[in-house]
Write a protein that binds this ligand. Structure first.
Ligand SMILES: C[S@@+](CC[C@H](N)C(=O)[O-])C[C@H]1O[C@@H](n2cnc3c(N)ncnc32)[C@H](O)[C@@H]1O
Length: 396
């Protein structure tokens, strides 16, 4: 089965849509691009993802015995982060299949109602303050996104992502409204003055708390508006717990957590290993990984600000018995795979948010490794996204 991102997505959507019809919770479910098949039974959505991934792995020669996709304990209100677009007097998400058309949302069931309401209140107040929405076609206007992050206690961190311009007094008034919403602990003003449609930006100022405390497994991780964190508040513990268990590190080992973010996996590994190099390219995340190590009393996590490939090139063969890697959607790529083969850890735990790049990487790595475990995780119910952990053992 040769699949591209588009055809993999289509295969999952088609298979999910063949499932049992059900009444969607959200009135926007059939038009909003945030969900692709909310009107199908959740069990059938998970079964569709498992079936497509089984076929993908099997057709790539990767053993799939007992492959399952772990469902999200709650398929609604699961996100830790939502990025709502503000454009042309509308506040919401892109219409299904239409990049330039934003569905005006009155509610969103991917995040708790209070989190959506807080984000929407910020957008409304911006209008009252005369801050115009950004026009994504004409590249005019000011307010591009309102981003809301939440933790399991339903504390909220809100960010307004704007074009350049704006004045501090008006943004302070917007912050006041944000901080008055139930649960909101902090408000950030981020500037994205590029033509690229990104809901991240240069931090300009914040009011209230700068970060949000996310409990994950045995640890608390502070995250900021620009830093990555696993985007399913109910399933993240399981995903990270399984990755850490599969790593099977021992107290004498020096191990690496590649693409380490703010340290969610690395901190857990550090409790079990002699030391952990937590390698991350984004400086803000590395700073937070340092802070998270201190906050959790972990002295043997070494947050390293580096590109993974450069870091690996500096490691002697045989120097890392276990490596955990959690790359972005682009995957590891051939060069990082070659470095892993050269270093030759006994075990590699590969956490992936893109089965296609994971499969391509596994095909390189299986020159010297056997896949001894493979499991999917439905981190994004109602969407065609699916994550998977592959556990690789060096062949004798
Ligand atoms: C999927 S996230 C995983 C984060 C972390 N493992 C976690 O569970 O929270 C991928 C991370 O890799 C980082 N990243 C992307 N490209 C990188 C590279 N070439 N080298 C190091 N880190 C990179 C991103 O900034 C992001 O924090």
């Amino acid at each position: 089965m040769t699949l591209t991102s588009k055809t993999l997505r289509k295969a999952i959507v088609d298979r999910a849509l063949a499932g049992q019809p059900t009444s969607p919770l959200c009135p926007h479910a059939r038009e909003c691009g945030g969900c692709a098949f909310q009107d199908r039974a959740y069990a059938d959505q998970v079964a569709a993802k498992a079936a497509v991934l089984r076929e993908l792995y099997a057709s790539s020669g990767i053993r799939v015995d007992g492959f399952v996709v772990v469902p999200s304990p709650n398929p609604f209100a699961y996100r830790t982060r939502m990025d709502y677009v503000a454009t042309k007097g509308r506040f919401g998400l892109r219409a299904r299949g239409k990049f330039n058309y934003i569905i005006e949302l009155t509610t969103c069931h991917l995040i708790p109602p209070a989190a959506f309401a807080a984000a929407q209140a910020v957008w409304r107040r911006a209008g009252e303050l005369g801050l115009p929405d950004y026009d994504i076609r004409a590249h005019t206007g000011f307010l591009r996104y309102v981003v809301v992050r939440r933790n399991l206690n339903d504390e909220l961190l809100i960010a307004a992502v704007t074009a350049a311009g704006g004045d501090e007094a008006t943004m302070a008034a917007l912050a006041e409204t944000a901080l008055a919403q139930p649960g909101v602990t902090g408000f950030h003003w981020l500037v994205n003055d590029t033509l690229t449609d990104l809901s991240f930006g240069e931090p300009r100022r914040h009011w209230g708390a700068a970060e949000l405390a996310m409990r994950i497994g045995e640890m608390v991780c502070f995250v900021g508006p620009n830093t990555f964190f696993q985007n399913n508040v109910y399933l993240a513990d399981r995903l990270i717990g399984d990755a850490v268990e599969a790593a099977a590190v021992e107290p004498t080992m020096r191990v690496a957590d590649l693409y380490g973010g703010v340290g969610a996996i690395g901190l857990h590994l550090a409790r079990r290993a002699a030391s952990v190099d937590c390698v991350e390219a984004v400086a803000d995340s590395v700073t937070l990984a340092q802070r998270n190590a201190i906050a959790n009393g972990v002295a043997n996590l070494n947050p390293i600000c580096a590109d993974t490939l450069e870091y690996l090139r500096a490691q002697p063969a045989g120097s890392l018995p276990v490596i955990v890697a959690d790359p972005p959607r682009t995957g590891l790529g051939p060069q990082v795979c070659q470095e892993l083969l050269r270093i030759g850890p006994q075990r590699i735990v590969y956490v992936s948010c893109n089965p296609l790049t994971q499969v391509a990487d596994l095909q390189i790595l299986t020159v010297s490794y056997r896949v001894i475990g493979l499991r999917g995780y439905d981190m994004f119910p109602h969407t065609p996204h699916v994550e998977a952990i592959a556990v690789l053992e060096r062949a004798a």
